[in-house]
Design a protein around this ligand. Structure first.
Ligand SMILES: NC(=O)c1ccc[n+]([C@@H]2O[C@H](COP(=O)([O-])OP(=O)(O)OC[C@H]3O[C@@H](n4cnc5c(N)ncnc54)[C@H](OP(=O)(O)O)[C@@H]3O)[C@@H](O)[C@H]2O)c1
Length: 368
């Protein structure tokens, strides 16, 4: 039995990840967080015994000792926001001899995880950061198309979400950089852009259609220019299902940029709650795109697009799938070699999508 502890196991994504692992005959799932009652409620909903619900605070000094006592083989860390978080959870997992997978979307967090590489190797464990839509799935997609290019010059990515509001940690993370400057590679130069500005209208395949998107600070902006050496442009845009909601966030970003307000982060909780009330009024469809441009093997300009579309509010399962897939590999003893690195090159697109079987999710992609 491989014991997986899902930290934040009753959170928005943690619940879905735990549910995706329950039922695997070689996996024992523990649901952990700071609230015992919520952990128990979530465990019971998954028909797990009460002793699989664990009250655990990741910031506690004895967190590593607790992992050892519980016999944890792999920690799945979903207790964001990761922006500004240190590597305590990963370090404690290594010290406890456990593998570590996280859902991080914090750019510096994911790009810097290599500082733990030596310790992770010495302990013979895997530490994988960003086992989610970005950069695990996004890089797996680029890995498929990259060999078809003579020179891959630009990678543009984006996600237009559906109505189902994610958890507080997600909203706090993305609102943290709203209106704040960050760098991205554009036409070969590192250029400033601002969170949720750089407004664009993007045409997803039907039935998602046109959505407003704004620039987001994700790990890919840092990781891809190194991984795909020839690229001169890497951008990421995100958007909300409601046009009005998106334009509201865009306006708040303008106010932060102009110095009228210092941050949108304090609005994360009330806006998150409000978006739950509004859910029935908003599209249940969401999508992700990866656009790659460059020069083909025939010397001609080449462009490829890969999209995944979700309906019935099944979109939130997509960011969970890579973590589930990697966790299963660890349980099956076929995981990548030990060490600490961003979750790129560890999973194929098929592996990232396998946990989505049976959901209202489909891929619309150009041939390679
Ligand atoms: N890379 C990607 O593509 C991607 C995509 C989607 C989401 N994400 C990330 O996934 C993360 C999770 O998002 P979410 O929407 O699921 O958030 P959420 O619903 O707020 O869940 C966070 C969970 O962590 C727990 N938690 C918080 N602090 C803790 C602590 N100190 N010790 C133990 N547990 C703690 C919370 O419970 P208690 O507060 O009760 O302890 C809660 O269960 C976010 O950071 C988001 O950015 C990444």
């Amino acid at each position: 039995m491989h014991t997986m502890l899902v930290l934040g196991g009753y959170g928005f994504f943690g619940t879905r990840i735990a549910a995706g692992l329950v039922g695997n005959s070689n996996v024992r799932v523990l649901i952990a967080g700071r609230d015992q009652a919520q952990a128990r409620g979530s465990a019971r909903a998954m028909q797990l015994p009460d002793d699989h619900a664990i009250r655990l605070d990741a910031t506690a000094a004895d967190f590593s000792a607790s992992l050892r006592t519980l016999g944890v083989n792999t920690v799945i860390h979903t207790a964001g926001p990761f922006q500004g978080q240190d590597y305590k959870v990963a370090s404690d997992a290594i010290a406890a001899g456990a593998n570590y997978i996280d859902l991080a979307d914090g750019r510096r967090f994911v790009a810097g995880i290599g500082v733990l590489d030596d310790t992770a190797r010495c302990s013979g464990v895997l530490v994988a950061s960003g086992a989610s839509s970005v950069p695990a799935l996004s890089s797996a997609i680029v890995d498929v198309y990259a060999p078809a290019f003579e020179r891959l010059e630009s990678i543009r990515l984006g996600i237009g979400s559906g109505a189902r509001a994610p958890g507080l940690a997600t909203v706090q993370g993305v609102f943290g950089y709203c209106g704040k400057p960050f760098r991205r590679l554009e036409n070969g130069a590192w250029t400033d852009t601002h969170g949720w500005l750089d407004l664009m209208r993007y045409e997803f395949p039907q039935p998602v259609g046109r959505r407003f998107l704004g620039s987001c600070d994700v790990p890919d902006l840092e990781v891809f220019p190194t991984r795909y050496g020839s690229v001169r442009t890497v951008t990421f845009h995100g958007g909300f299902a409601s046009d009005i909601g998106h334009l509201f966030v865009w306006m708040m970003a303008q106010l932060v940029r102009a110095g009228v307000i210092s941050s949108v982060a304090p609005l994360a909780r009330p806006l998150n709650r409000m978006s739950r009330w509004l859910e029935p009024l908003i599209s249940d469809k969401g999508a992700m795109f990866v656009e790659m441009e460059g020069v083909g093997r025939d010397g001609q300009a080449m462009k490829r697009r890969w999209c995944i579309l979700a309906a019935q509010n099944h979109g939130p399962y997509i960011p969970c799938a890579a973590a589930i897939a990697l966790a299963k590999k660890l349980a099956d003893g076929v995981a990548p070699h030990s060490g600490a690195r961003p979750c790129v090159g560890m999973l194929t697109v098929e592996e990232c999508l396998a946990p989505l079987k049976g959901l209202d999710v489909r891929v619309v992609a150009d041939p390679v």
